[in-house]
Design a protein around this ligand. Structure first.
Ligand SMILES: Cc1cc2nc3c(=O)[nH]c(=O)nc-3n(C[C@H](O)[C@H](O)[C@H](O)COP(=O)(O)OP(=O)(O)OC[C@H]3O[C@@H](n4cnc5c(N)ncnc54)[C@H](O)[C@@H]3O)c2cc1C
Length: 505
């Protein structure tokens, strides 16, 4: 009997496994594929963009350096973490194929953006992430079993069982991280609702006989969209109502016909080495928990990959769920803590689905789509518009409603830094919460002592305290409480009790 069985060793399942392992839970991960390598996860088709928020999750667990190395990023990873002022973002992506100009982003309108080693998003690929997380999980005592396809789920008040053929894997909790066609979702009776697709998308590695006929980068055309991030790596969006039958392998002739249609050229594909298709079907479960079964990542929400948000949302789910589930397993979670997972993450998932739907409308190859494109192009060309899109895409607009009017509460904590050089990110490696006390008399020290196993206390003057006297940061990096320059001890203790339960004996 494990504390938690995770179904699916994709990036979200593995990230969650690391979080639970770090918190001392016994974890078993069951993965359908017999072995982890796949050409769909390698460079080219496995390439994924991580937002700054996701990069920060790796940074906070001490994995950023390994992630950069595994992703082949050996040069400057981004902004100077030791700078006094935050720099403008380096790359910010696109909305419906319309590129954002980083220089337009108004850094002054982002008062909580502090210099940090994790200020920029980055490109990586699935295999790099999964290899890193598998190694980390194994070091933390997590067991990963490949070649196990979960086909049944049973649960009662005490726990849940994942069934695979003759075998049964019992745990106190089961988490389905088994991707967009999640078996756990259906087997555990989750309701999955949303909107049907308007297009079929393709991503392929191909040899193009006359590559000069295609433009590089992202190209919105009167008949759809195609992109060519690098030679031979082509993506296409075909507004066929999602009609392509995904049970069929797309043939070279089919792909060439689509590419000709969406590019408006007579380009020739001489060979197709690897291809996968997707749609913009946008669906989400109505809750992320049913009894002893939870969902995270694509198992809970699917949408088109436009603007690259699925993995980032899934990593956010894993960070949010990990410490809450661990506290529940260990028996010190305050009442209702686990239910804040759905309460906080469901609206974020719904927002991402809408973001993706809005992009689909702006890409439609008809007069309506073109009209929306014109408006959006004008808006993202303005300083406010670019800043808004940047905040949405980088994850910095995320703020959970934690019932406080303080503008920082519910937000991802900036990488606050003590004058002795210690960064908040460094203090978060062991997965505990952090109380940062900038007050001259270290007035929260006594209060924090009762929770040492769940929360780390650090004190001293800050390099930039953003007007704060103290902050309480949850293990997922979210600010749970913020005090002014003369922090209120009782309010701090109430907040600690609210998130971490009663003091340890
Ligand atoms: C072309 C494309 C480009 C994308 N680009 C980006 C991007 O730039 N940025 C971004 O954030 N997102 C992007 N995404 C989305 C991102 O890839 C997904 O959101 C992410 O991989 C989801 O991770 P996951 O762990 O939830 O699911 P998955 O990666 O699907 O992993 C699920 C795992 O569960 C296993 N499994 C399934 N069923 C069972 C079962 N019954 N029993 C046991 N194991 C099972 C599977 O084998 C798999 O290993 C892109 C998607 C596509 C298609």
């Amino acid at each position: 009997m494990h504390d938690v069985v995770i179904v699916g060793a994709g990036p979200v399942g593995l990230f969650l496994a690391c979080e639970l392992g770090l918190a001392g839970c016994s974890v078993l991960v069951l993965e359908r594929e017999p072995e982890p390598h796949s050409p769909f996860k390698a460079k080219l088709l496995g390439t994924r963009g991580l937002s700054a928020a996701s990069v920060e999750a790796f940074y906070r667990r001490g994995m950023l350096h390994h992630l950069l190395t595994a992703s082949g990023v050996h040069d400057d990873p981004g902004a100077d973490p030791d700078a006094h002022e935050p720099s403008p973002p380096r790359g910010v992506g696109h909305f419906a194929g319309m590129m954002l100009d980083p220089a337009q982003v108004d850094v002054a309108a982002l008062p909580y953006r502090l210099p940090s080693p994790a200020m920029e998003g980055m490109l990586t690929y699935l295999e790099a992430i999964e290899t890193l997380l598998s190694e980390q999980a194994s070091q933390l005592g997590v067991e990963i079993r490949h070649g196990v396809t979960v086909s049944g789920i049973a649960q009662n008040d005490e726990g849940a069982v994942a069934q695979a053929g003759e075998h049964e894997y019992a745990a106190r909790w089961v988490v389905g991280c088994d991707g967009r066609r999640s078996a756990v979702r259906g087997l555990a009776g989750f309701e999955f609702v949303g909107t049907e697709p308007q297009f079929t998308g393709y991503t392929m590695h191909a040899t193009v006989a006359d590559a000069e006929k295609l433009r590089s980068g992202i190209n919105l055309t009167p008949t759809g969209m195609y992109l060519q991030p690098s030679e031979g790596h082509i993506g296409m969006v075909d507004f066929d109502g999602g009609a392509f039958d995904r049970s069929q392998q797309p043939t070279r002739d089919h792909l060439q016909a689509v590419l000709r249609r969406v590019s408006g050229t007579d380009v020739t594909l001489s060979d197709v080495h690897l291809v996968s298709s997707f749609t913009d079907r946008a669906m989400q479960t109505t809750t992320y928990r049913r009894g002893r079964v939870l969902l995270a990542g694509d198992a809970a929400h699917i949408h088109s990959p436009l603007g690259g948000q699925g993995l980032n949302t899934g990593i956010g789910d894993a960070m949010n769920l990990g410490w809450k589930l661990a506290a529940t397993v260990h028996g010190h979670a305050p009442d209702g803590l686990l239910d804040t997972y759905t309460r906080e993450r469901h609206p974020i998932g719904a927002g991402v689905l809408d973001w993706s739907r809005a992009q689909v409308v702006a890409m439609r190859p008809d007069p309506h789509g073109q009209a929306v494109q014109g408006v959006v192009r004008d808006l993202i060309g303005t300083r406010d518009g670019a800043t808004y899109v940047f905040e949405r895409m980088s994850g910095s607009s995320i703020r959970y409603d934690l019932g406080s009017e303080h503008p920082l509460v519910g937000r991802n904590a900036p990488d606050l830094r003590l004058e002795n050089g210690t960064r908040l990110g460094d203090l978060m490696r062991d997965g505990r919460g952090v109380a940062l006390d900038f007050s001259t008399d270290r007035c929260l020290r006594g209060s924090a002592m009762g929770w040492e196993g769940r929360m780390r206390y650090a004190a001293g003057p800050a390099r930039n305290d953003l007007g704060l006297g103290a902050v309480l940061v949850r293990p997922d990096g979210v600010i749970a409480w913020a005090g002014d320059r003369a922090p209120d001890r009782e309010a701090f203790e109430r907040a600690v009790g609210h998130w971490f339960g009663g003091p340890e004996i």
